[in-house]
Write a protein that binds this ligand. Sequence first.
Ligand code: SF4
Length: 276
Amino acid sequence: MSTKYSTGVCRTALSVSKLPGLRYSLNPYVGCEHGCRYCYVPDILGGEKLAFKWGSTVKAKKNIAEVLAREVMKKPKGIVGVSTICDPYQPIEAKLMLTRRCIEILAQHDFPVSIQTKSKLVLRDADMIVPEKFDVGVTISTMDLKLVSRLEPGASLPDERVQVLEEFSSRGVETWLFLGPIIPGINDSEESMTQVIDVAARTRSKIIYDRLNPKRWVMDRLAPVLTKERPDLAERLSDFMRDGSVWRQICLRVESICRELGIKCEAAFPNWPNTR
Ligand code: SF4
């Protein structure tokens, strides 16, 4: 899929975040070339129109570094999530370097930064990402290459993401592996989850796990994958997601595998019904 790029300006760089552990979020781009089928950002931002073209349009906030440079002088310090509604290291970042400029400003002004990505491009900024100021999270939903190509068509390969964790962990940066979204019948088998959690064990990373967020356009965009992978489930997945006991069983399995492998583990949203 070819991507249509555009630029725009922003008025705010640091937005107050409601996500656990973050005071702010910073998103240099609107849109994400990774185009993950389960991404719920289109549901949050715009619904049908955006969902239809998700992964094929990206707008860069060309003035974000300048706006941020002003905000860090005025706003109280706190952890900044980079990023929460786009991947900060999606391919266009290689050329525009907006993320790089922003994390440089944040580090200079002692704002702790929590990076989350599915891209090996984050290794480019390893010179700047130091243990005192950064943690790095990498999302791996499955190690199955065929499934990755269907679910996360624009993201780096799982082995490249493993390399990211290895590199930062070896540099003493706190690393975490985001196992999610876990989709019943797709990537929730003991074998699949153990393969991913084993990566966390090898790279001394904490596991943060999360479930599929079955929003309207998520289910719509996932439908072709479900039809290929589990036609028997395609119609019933939404019901599964509403059935708290299914998620509860998955939580217990994740936590049991983590215990066996001696890995710290936590739910991304511990207050989801039936997570505990
Ligand atoms: S990398 Fe994140 S923001 Fe980008 S499409 Fe995938 S889930 Fe959405």
